[in-house]
Design a protein around this ligand. Sequence first.
Ligand SMILES: [Cu+2]
Length: 150
Amino acid sequence: MKRTIIAHAVLAFVLAGPTYAEGDLSRANVIDVAIELGSNDDGMYLKPDNYEFVTGQAYKLVLTNVDEIKHELALNEMGERIFTRKIEIADEKGELVAEIKGNIREVEVGPGKTVEWFIVPVQTTEEPVEITCEIPGHLEAGMRASVMIK
Ligand SMILES: [Cu+2]
């Protein structure tokens, strides 16, 4: 996953060349990052369990809960280092249900549902920080992933 993100970033740069997004970093060359929330025989997980972001780059976190119970993504310390542009929720037909804007740190995703979280990291991390599911028992069951912002 890390390799994919970097490859996309490089490709985006090559395609974009020296042009700029008319000053709006939050909408330029958005990179999709799939985050799966679920459980298996080994416990519960965030997949992949390792992410690398770059400040100033716009990302769309595609949170997909593949489980039969609800899960959440809590950004914890990462939440202080990003700007949230919006969160998008669509219905089964892909039609927009809601667009949520503002400072958001945690998103709960219903069973079998997907939420799109548009962010721009604005501050680097000195060491990896942890994103987690804060529903009681889930972190202990393994729902954590490591994030670096460079
Ligand atoms: Cu969970």
